[in-house]
Ligand binder design. Structure first.
Ligand SMILES: NC(=O)c1ccc[n+]([C@@H]2O[C@H](COP(=O)([O-])OP(=O)(O)OC[C@H]3O[C@@H](n4cnc5c(N)ncnc54)[C@H](O)[C@@H]3O)[C@@H](O)[C@H]2O)c1
Length: 344
């Protein structure tokens, strides 16, 4: 698989340790939970390789940690032909890739995502980011990795809550381009996780390939995310990303139906799909009320807003489009309508 002119090679293999052990001039940035869970397996690699252990949290995805990683790079005398290999979830690959992209104007980069979300979404497509002044992903670069190595064996230790974040992104990919992925997900043949990951990557890769800089069609990947970000933010991050995106996508489907883009039957099918994966389609009354009161302000600050609002809606499963509108009141009211109908 190749991503744009940067030619990211993506491999799914359980032989990843052998692959990276062969690389000579390298350092690792490793998620501390991966070190904890896989210490025995990693020991031979860590004995011979300098590494930076990163405690993955949104509050650590910041400039302060960047400084520490840059210090580490300098101490290790990294040059532009050195490999930075990031092993961890989306937080670790985002901050690791960002640092690799700015040190000496760019080192060689390999990502080894260890969460489902990291495998199907965060590591794919070349976006790097850190949070700044309380704003999520406010600073970043486009810096696709040279190689992404995926070993779904890592998912065995991933908590269920984190798996759900990944499932929400897999379902989103299947709604955008159902292809084989929808069949795999509908049959819940989740035992074949490699096939699901491969199909979800192929979908994201096919979209970002032609729009690496996120100026055109790549925006359809934001399906459910405008509403999801409002939910996450107003819940003060008590609602996880996957849960928020799940409600956000169902709300986008509801609005699509109310605006006569999407048939009611398909809307119901989408709701059932999320329900089958035990992903939430509704929020508590208190949170819905809070969103009704403060959500519009956040909508205005949505980073994707240029002069107009760009919402992502569905005409049908497999037909997702950017809907541009100058005034967002009608859409916001439909969003609140949705939340108030599906209270639990
Ligand atoms: N760059 C992009 O295009 C892009 C896209 C989507 C999301 N993101 C970013 O990704 C981040 C979220 O990533 P995430 O969902 O992977 O979460 P994460 O990186 O926070 O990982 C979740 C938790 O699981 C732990 N963990 C990781 N792998 C594990 C494993 N195999 N076993 C046990 N524990 C493990 C981590 O230490 C962490 O505590 C966000 O910061 C988001 O902004 C980036």
């Amino acid at each position: 698989m190749y991503t744009g002119s940067f030619n990211t090679k993506i491999v799914i293999t359980d032989n990843w340790l052998v692959e990276i052990s062969k690389i000579k001039n390298k350092v690792l940035i490793i998620d501390s939970n991966i070190r904890l869970h896989y210490n025995e397996m990693l020991t031979p690699l860590l004995i011979n390789t300098r590494f930076f252990e990163f405690n993955a949290s949104e509050s650590n995805k910041n400039l302060n940690e960047i400084t520490k990683i840059l210090d580490f790079f300098q101490t290790e005398n990294l040059n532009r032909s050195s490999y930075v290999i990031c092993i961890g979830g989306g937080i670790t690959t985002d901050i690791g890739a960002f640092t690799a992209s700015i040190y000496k104007r760019g080192c060689r980069l390999i990502l080894i995502p260890t969460t489902l979300l990291g495998m199907v979404d965060a590591s794919i497509g070349g976006k790097t980011a850190i949070n700044f002044n309380g704003i999520k992903n406010n600073i970043g670069t486009f810096y696709p990795a040279e190689k992404i190595i995926i070993n779904t064996g890592f998912l065995k230790s991933l908590p269920e809550k984190e798996m759900k974040n990944g499932w929400a992104e897999c379902l989103k990919a299947a709604l955008i381009k159902p292809l084989k992925l929808m069949t795999l997900l509908e049959s819940k043949s989740i035992k074949d996780i490699d096939a699901i990951v491969r199909e979800a990557i192929a979908i994201k890769e096919s979209i970002v390939r032609d729009d690496l800089q996120d100026k055109g069609n790549r925006r359809i990947l934001n399906l459910g995310h405008t509403f999801g970000h409002i939910i996450e933010s107003i819940s003060e991050y008590q609602i996880s990303h996957g849960e928020a995106i799940s409600v956000g996508i169902c709300a986008a489907a509801y609005i699509s139906m109310k605006m006569n883009f999407l048939a009611e039957l398909e809307y119901q099918q989408i709701m059932n799909l999320f329900d089958n994966f035990d992903l939430p389609v509704k929020l508590e009354q208190k949170l819905a009320d809070k969103i009704a009161l403060n959500g519009k302000r956040l909508l205005k600050h949505d980073k994707k807003k240029t002069e107009d609002y760009n919402f992502i809606f569905l005409r049908s499963v497999g037909d997702v489009f950017v809907y541009t509108i100058y005034e967002a009141d009608i859409i916001f009211n439909l969003f609140i309508d949705y939340l108030k109908q599906y209270i639990h």
